[in-house]
Design a protein around this ligand. Structure first.
Ligand code: 2P0
Length: 340
């Protein structure tokens, strides 16, 4: 892809860390939440820097996410997931090490990284979002950079686009930005609390998906004529969702979020060859949700790059959701705000 005068990842890191200390405080430890997009990120304008075609808006899952500890040790990276060392040639280790390359004080320095997550990966929650967000927050502590949220969000994006949203809690908007260096492409928290807001995670299949979201996005953008409609739709949906959040108008929020997810999947179906993440159970679940809605309960669905379904609803319908979907994991994104 022609990138004009865009920067490399390393140049972005250098620009952000220009005046920061390079001293290790011994260790860094941080938690970052998973996030679910209500207005989706689908398609990039720059694949090197993970710059999106459109802005997106998510809600972070309070308490569900990744915790990472990091220190400098030895001359090779050692990565542990739930205390089990990962093979250096595993996909996770290779991706993490190539991200860590951006931050080594010397090229011979190795990191020891210990990661644990309570993310139901099988439920289709991207662990890369909370993973790279926790990693950059832990690096910030390790090196004592004391970076602001915008800088941390930009650096998290270099690991995985959606990770830039997981640097913050609650509702979070990722501004697509227009600059080729991506310095205006970062997330921002909306600072709205909605204690009654609920998300339920439904695992319909834990089989590995046939195609990862990264190649799927690329294929959709390059070959789907339906994708040409996506930026206009996403911009309109974002405005609607922002307004619905500000008015705490749940039905509008649910209606637009569900349509936005379905439109994203429609762009994938238009790709050649098509990308289809849905299973028969996905359709069946949507129809069960629509039946609940037909009976008067404001329960909506959203789906990401996988067959599983996330339900959006308010506290007053939690009993109905638990009744219909006893296997669902119900998350209260604003729990802490509720306690405060
Ligand atoms: C989202 N997804 O907004 C959308 C909806 C999947 C479907 O962000 O290539 O893992 O690392 O920037 O962030 C998944 O994309 O992709 C994603 P990269 P990422 O949540």
């Amino acid at each position: 892809m022609k990138r004009g005068c865009a920067l490399t990842k390393q140049e972005v890191v250098k620009a952000i860390l220009a005046s920061r200390p390079v001293v290790s405080s011994g260790a860094g430890r941080a938690f970052a939440p998973a996030n679910i997009a209500l207005c989706k990120y689908w398609g990039k304008r720059d694949e090197e820097l993970n710059l999106p075609m459109t802005s997106s808006l998510s809600v972070s899952l309070d308490g569900l996410g990744t915790t990472t500890e990091i220190c400098l040790r030895g001359d090779v990276d050692r990565l542990y997931l739930h205390d089990r060392e990962l093979a250096p040639d595993s996909e996770f280790a290779r991706r993490t090490s190539s991200y860590l390359d951006l931050f080594r004080p010397e090229s011979s320095a190795g990191f020891e990284v210990r990661t644990r997550g309570d993310i139901p990966v099988a439920a289709g929650l991207a662990s890369s979002a909370s993973g790279f967000a926790a990693l950059i927050l832990a690096l910030d502590q390790l090196f004592g950079w004391a970076l602001d949220g915008v800088s941390l969000s930009i650096l998290a994006r270099l690991g995985s686009g959606s990770a830039c949203r997981s640097v913050f809690d609650g509702f979070v908007e990722w501004h697509a930005g227009t600059r080729t260096d991506g310095m205006d492409s970062h997330a921002e928290p909306l600072n709205v609390h909605w204690p009654e807001f609920r998300i339920a995670l439904l695992t319909l299949s834990d089989r590995e998906k046939p195609v990862g979201s990264r190649p799927a996005m690329r294929q959709t953008k390059r070959t789907s004529t339906l994708y040409t409609a996506w930026p206009v739709q996403a911009a309109a949906d974002l405005r609607d969702i922002r307004a619905a959040i500000s008015d705490q108008d749940f039905e509008r929020l649910g209606r637009v979020s569900e349509s936005n997810a379905l439109a994203m999947h429609a762009t994938m179906l238009g790709a050649r060859p098509p990308v289809l993440y849905w299973l028969p159970e996905t359709v069946e679940t949507l129809q069960r949700i629509w039946a609940l809605r037909g009976a008067g309960a404001a329960i909506y669905a959203t789906m990401d790059a996988g067959p599983n379904v996330k339900l959006l609803f308010e506290a007053k319908h939690e009993a109905a959701v638990r009744d219909e979907f006893p296997e669902a994991r119900v998350v209260t994104p604003f729990e802490r705000a509720e306690e405060a």
